[in-house]
Design a protein around this ligand. Structure first.
Ligand SMILES: Cc1cc2nc3c(=O)[nH]c(=O)nc-3n(C[C@H](O)[C@H](O)[C@H](O)COP(=O)(O)OP(=O)(O)OC[C@H]3O[C@@H](n4cnc5c(N)ncnc54)[C@H](O)[C@@H]3O)c2cc1C
Length: 358
């Protein structure tokens, strides 16, 4: 890291160029706030699309929200931002989320949810995609571009440069950044800062954060009766389960704006996911499918079954503050894991990160 002091935002606010790594809700909330304040922002995303864990998997049978299931809104700033996403965010009547025992019996239900359950439509990834559109149009969003190192800029050592690996365009160096924001899961932020030998104090602070993995199963039953007439299996649309493998089940086709084919998303619990983290897909699929049958009573063979492994899914121990920012190096970190495990935590964290830079 350079010994020269880096310029502060207030010294040269009009011409600041800020790199945001990660285009989940935290990264995009941060980036759009910085752009709205007049800064130049480049967002780097290793995946093909934006949204991160607010994800939708498209299949021939319809989409699956295989990450975030729904979100709740408690922060007025999040509520205000959502009001700009005209029509994209809709309430999901989960017909009250049930609580099931190990055998799939309903042990608690019927209480109307205290808070509305919101989903983006037509898929969970639509919200962040919408907010990222201006960045995409202006060429400030670099998809399929993984940041592998953060270094002092070779030409202007008081600034930063990023080394990236991109699909199709190989290794590249992007230079001239006044500030760098890592809006990625804590373990990945830690690894990137460590390998880049930046932000040692921050690396240490991130060590207390703990995030559990999650295996997700996606199932489609196209031969089931039309959903408006009858369902196969249970009459509820979403449930938390105490089954030793499964924590959550939701009927995708019950969400607003989705296709009609009977589809289920099933999420394994953190302990089981951790124990089976390195198992192969076929083994995990077989075990979760068996558990799904036990819980729902659905014995029909699905026409579509696939699993997805989230290595960094649910925060178990958060950082305890909305973001971390090192004023000397002008590197910051944000993400849901700073505050908790919810979409809104990601939004608030990204917003607070941007406000700290401003
Ligand atoms: C299975 C599951 C179920 C969930 N259910 C719910 C729910 O019902 N309700 C709820 O509120 N929340 C839920 N969550 C949590 C919610 O998804 C997160 O809180 C939120 O999406 C986190 O957003 P984020 O921007 O902090 O991180 P992410 O969404 O993880 O975004 C980080 C982004 O950074 C990118 N990235 C990482 N490293 C690099 C790199 N080196 N270079 C470039 N890009 C990089 C990633 O590809 C990703 O797009 C769930 C999560 C999972 C996985």
């Amino acid at each position: 890291m350079t010994k020269k002091s880096r310029p502060r935002a207030s010294e040269n606010s009009a011409s600041r160029h800020i790199a945001v790594i990660g285009s989940g809700i935290a990264g995009i909330a941060c980036a759009r706030t910085l752009v709205q304040a007049g800064h130049r922002v480049s967002v780097f995303e290793k995946n093909q699309g934006t949204g991160g864990r607010m994800a939708t998997r498209d299949t021939g049978f319809g989409g699956f929200d295989h990450g975030t299931q729904y979100f709740t809104v408690r922060d007025a700033r999040f509520e205000k931002a959502l009001s700009t996403a005209n029509g994209l965010v809709r309430p999901w009547s989960t017909n009250t989320v049930r609580i099931l025992d190990e055998f799939g019996r309903v042990v608690a239900s019927a209480l109307p949810p205290k808070e509305a359950h919101w989903v983006a439509s037509p898929g969970m990834n639509a919200l962040v995609k919408h907010w990222a559109e201006p960045l995409k149009t202006s060429g400030s969003l670099l998809l399929e571009t993984e940041v592998i190192s953060i270094e002092a800029d070779k030409l202007e050592p008081q600034r930063w440069q990023l080394q990236t690996e991109g699909v199709g365009n190989g290794s590249r160096v992007h230079s001239g950044f006044d500030d760098v924001v890592l809006a990625i899961p804590a373990a990945q932020a830690q690894a990137l800062l460590q390998s880049s030998r930046q932000g040692k104090a921050m690396v240490k602070a991130l060590g207390k954060v703990s995030v559990a993995p999650c295996w997700t199963l996606m199932l489609a039953f196209p031969h089931a009766p039309h959903p408006h007439l009858a369902h196969i299996g249970p009459q509820w649309n979403a449930a938390r389960s105490t089954h030793h493998r499964i924590a959550w089940l939701a009927r995708e086709s019950s969400k607003p704006g989705r296709g009609p084919v009977e589809r289920w998303t099933v999420q394994a619990n953190p302990e089981w996911s951790q124990r089976h983290l390195e198992d192969d897909d076929a083994r995990v699929k077989a075990k979760l499918l068996k558990a799904f049958s036990e819980v729902t009573g659905i014995r029909a063979e699905p026409s579509h079954a696939e699993v997805h492994r989230w290595r960094h899914a649910q925060t178990m121990e958060p950082l305890g503050k909305s973001h971390a920012w090192d004023d000397k190096s002008r590197i910051g970190v944000c993400g849901d894991w700073c505050l908790g495990h919810r979409v809104e935590d990601g939004f608030v964290s990204g917003l607070e990160m941007a406000l700290a830079i401003l």
